[in-house]
Ligand binder design. Sequence first.
Ligand SMILES: [Zn+2]
Length: 491
Amino acid sequence: MENRLMIYNTLTRKKELFEPLHAPNVGLYVCGPTVYGDAHLGHARPAITFDVLFRYLTNIGYKVRYVRNITDVGHLEHDADEGEDKIAKKARLEQLEPMEVVQHYTLRYHKAMEALNVLPPSIEPHASGHIIEQIELVKEILDNGYAYESEGSVYFDVAKYDKDHKYGVLSGRNLDDVLNTTRELDGQNEKRNPADFALWKCAQPQHIMRWPSPWSDGFPGWHCECTAMGRKYLGAEFDIHGGGMDLIFPHHECEIAQGVAAMGHSVVKYWMHNNMITINGQKMGKSYNNFINLAEFFTGSHPLLQQAYSPMTIRFFILQAHYRSTVDFGNEALQAAEKGLQRLMDAWSTLGTIVPANDTTVDVSSLRAKCYDAMNDDLNTAQVISHLFDASRAINQLADKKATISATDLDELKEVFSMFTFDILGLKEERGSGSAREEAFGKVVDMLLEQRQAAKAAKDWATSDKIRNELQALGFEIKDGKEGATWKLNK
Ligand SMILES: [Zn+2]
């Protein structure tokens, strides 16, 4: 396997040649959703970005174990150490068991991901299913002297860690920056230093999500789950950890510190982060009133949307930008993406009708190399799409008989076009929904029955019998009544 994949490592701030620790195996960990609400664009982008990475690594011959977790405990409001657990709050407001909330939104998340043609990961561990592993991690950090117990909670000692190692290597923040931006909140008097973060939290009496531990009945700090589950499924050192840029600080910074504090060495070789999404130039957020979830995009049921946008339009739109660039969602841009995707799909179906000739007058031989070069350049899907558009133009020239292609080149073009469009970018052809198609076919039967009626009126019995007999042979039951004929399909 020729290895030329360069990926941008947030840790070193440069593109590096991807060299797995244990080729051909690759370990990939991506932070999954906190399941207390419907999936939105902020979920779609990392899911699609790392789905393409998963597909591409597999395409170039690696055996990938892809772990994407479900956060169902310990993620408190404002990503802080104080405040209510996001799941527990939703459960309280809706008078449900927290695990009912988790189950409901996990299923809905899976449905949205399936619609976006995001492949399921190899393992999808739940934080609540790995409390023992998280308690073990906290014990190790305590034993190594990088944490302390306070009022039944355990906090990571950031100042101590910073002295021996260096805190802030991923985000580029130093301890002073962190201190200046840390808000004073209730309970911070339990901490020696406001920059310290919770590894284990003692549960307040009203807190229902709680587990026994050596320190208190409580729950793990948010950052523990990814360190504990990453190690369990991918080992003490693994290749790639990914997520949205918003997770760089504090989540991933804290993960790095926890890993080093527990194991004495860094855990992750390459850190990858996708950029964020804006809507009409504005940050997406509940307070901006522009919070559109994926189901609303698919049905067009949000005041900011002029129409419905299919899951593949959303996927195509996201892939038209490099994953490290921002993406701005607006109706015009989405409509352009819809047209672009259609052009690509039309070219694919046209390709099936091309008849080979003796020689080739279009330049398709370099398509494979160009698409691989683009993917190897830090997953430049935007560039791949532009090469596929060039290929689409060539396909249209062939269909218009303005160019010719040999049988060998035609096979190559079909293979490369399909591999990049469907297998690597993960696009798929979308057809109308089942009910819309049924309705259209039903109208065709109505039309035939109207023609039979006209034949009867003209006393053309041969035609009228022919239509009835052929429809019956296909399984249609035809009933003649005063109001004309009706039909039903007995299949
Ligand atoms: Zn995480």
